[in-house]
Design a protein around this ligand. Structure first.
Ligand code: 5GP
Length: 178
């Protein structure tokens, strides 16, 4: 049903699962013996978090945050917290889980916030990276796929709250934006 609005599939479900398994193995190695808290940003990162944690062979905890940029935000990247973490993070190794890094402002602001709260370390894993759009000098430590500067939907990513449930990453037909 959602298929009819898709112009092309950029990354298939099989590719996402395979790449998540690779990232999960790498994360398992890098965090052995540590107490990891995965922090997923609502709502887009939920499907990726669910896939990724299946492949991390550690007793990791996870929690959720919902943030939004203040309008007119510049490279200082101020964000407003719509839903905060329930877990005190002091001393924990935080792994931020994001759907896509675009300008990088969200990542930069969340990184500062969580380090200020006393996280022992901060790294980030993003399913997608759109480096052409970067406005601040920051990058994810683990990236699933690099994508071109195109608006993508699916696997958690929305267009006006729709298309999040698509099991792959795709590009919408032009008429969807009219
Ligand atoms: P940043 O702070 O890196 O510019 O913002 C990242 C956020 O912008 C993502 O979490 C996502 O919500 C949104 N975003 C950026 N690019 C896209 C895209 O191509 N498709 C969708 N659906 N959302 C995007």
């Amino acid at each position: 049903m959602l298929e009819k609005d898709i112009k092309k599939v950029l990354i298939s479900q099989e590719e996402i699962v395979k790449r998540s398994a690779e990232l999960g193995r790498q994360i398992t190695q890098d965090y052995e013996g540590k107490q990891v808290l995965a922090v997923a940003l609502l709502r887009g990162a939920v499907p990726f978090l669910a896939e990724l944690i299946k492949h991390i062979d550690l007793d990791i905890q996870y929690d959720f945050m919902d943030v939004t940029s203040y309008s007119g935000t510049d490279s200082t990247g101020e964000i407003k917290i719509l839903k905060d973490l329930d877990t005190p993070i002091r001393g924990l190794d935080v792994l931020l889980v994001e759907d896509i890094v675009d300008t990088g402002r969200t990542l930069q602001a969340v990184r500062k916030l969580l380090l200020d709260r006393g996280a022992a370390s901060f790294r980030m894993v993003a399913l997608l990276d759109k480096p052409e759009r970067r406005a601040v000098d920051i990058q994810a430590d683990y990236v699933g796929f690099t994508v071109p500067d195109e608006f993508v939907v699916g696997f958690g990513l929305d267009f006006n709250q729709h298309f999040r449930s698509l099991p792959y990453i795709g590009v919408l037909k032009d008429e969807c934006y009219k």
